[in-house]
Design a protein. Structure first.
Length: 184
């Protein structure tokens, strides 16, 4: 069997510290690519869920949610015709919290209100994202209070995975519509 040849290219253009800015006029492409990537991650998670692999699907759903959030943060700058630079650049590309809460904190730029039923729904979403980040992942970890933790399908609460899946599935078309309307 032939081993795959993998080349990883890294240059200063990929380093946020050395990136100057992204012109607001270029943000439309970034928003659309973020949603394409969210769709890809969601589709991969669906395959895993179909095969009862919820522990592996959950991180993909969180990444899909973050890609949707990234699109919302880019949309905010696009609508305001503001180049993305400095702290905003870091927030959009490095802050998990900013991307995970982007829909909740940027409802004003989305035109119609996204369907988040209540403050309790927001709290549940934030809690599931926090729980996911802290407890579920792709690695075996050690916690001095609980001992070893390992992402296993029989330990991952299915309701958290289903909740994240439902949010990604429901918000993806809504955010796509908002972006399409803004970039016409």
């Amino acid at each position: 069997m032939e081993e795959p040849y993998i080349t990883i290219v890294w240059n200063d253009e990929m380093n946020l510290k050395k990136s100057s800015s992204i012109p607001w006029e270029k943000l439309g492409d970034g928003m659309k690519l973020s949603l394409e990537n969210a769709t890809r991650l969601m589709n991969d998670a669906e395959l895993l869920l179909t095969n009862k692999r919820s522990a592996s699907a959950l991180p993909l759903l969180v990444m899909a949610w973050e890609e949707i959030g990234k699109a919302v943060l880019l949309l905010k700058n696009y609508k305001n015709r503001i180049d993305v630079e400095g702290a905003t650049l870091k927030e959009i590309f490095r802050s998990h919290h900013a991307k995970q809460t982007a829909i909740i904190h940027n409802r004003d730029i989305l035109g119609e209100k996204p369907y988040i039923q209540s403050i309790e729904m927001e709290k549940k979403l934030k809690a599931s994202l926090r729980w996911t980040k802290e407890t579920v992942g792709l690695y075996v970890d050690w916690n001095r209070k609980q001992g070893w933790s390992c992402p296993r399908d029989d330990r991952t609460p299915l309701d958290i995975t289903q909740f994240m899946y439902a949010n990604v599935v429901n918000f993806l078309p809504f955010i796509r519509k908002c972006i399409n309307e803004a970039t016409r």
